[in-house]
Design a protein around this ligand. Structure first.
Ligand code: ZN
Length: 101
């Protein structure tokens, strides 16, 4: 699997709509939202999102509040920052190729 395909994941359901950049960003957030998170109480990776900001640990049965798409804030902000850099590089490559032709 190529790196770009891996990043799209669940966003494939949108087909060709909405553009690449917003879809990539959405993909990152949705992946974070859906994956199992680490429980702050029992430290097991068994926490699932119940609703916006509500998280439930399947191991110790704890139900608690967190961020809307993640248990803690840090992860999403870091990955979103990395993502902004990437499409710019690809755009430059395309522009170079069109100049040669
Ligand atoms: Zn737990």
């Amino acid at each position: 699997m190529k790196a770009t395909e891996e990043k799209l994941g669940s966003v494939k359901r949108f087909g060709a709509r909405y553009g690449r950049k917003p879809k990539l960003k959405f993909s990152k957030i949705e992946t974070e939202q859906r994956k199992l998170h680490k429980c702050p109480y029992c430290s097991k990776t068994a926490v699932k999102r119940v609703a916006v900001g509500i998280w439930h640990c399947r191991k110790c049965n704890a139900k608690f509040t967190g961020k809307a798409y993640s248990v803690n804030k840090r992860i999403i902000e870091k990955e979103a920052a990395e993502l902004v850099e990437e499409p710019a590089i690809i755009k430059e490559e395309i522009e170079e190729a069109s100049e040669e032709a």
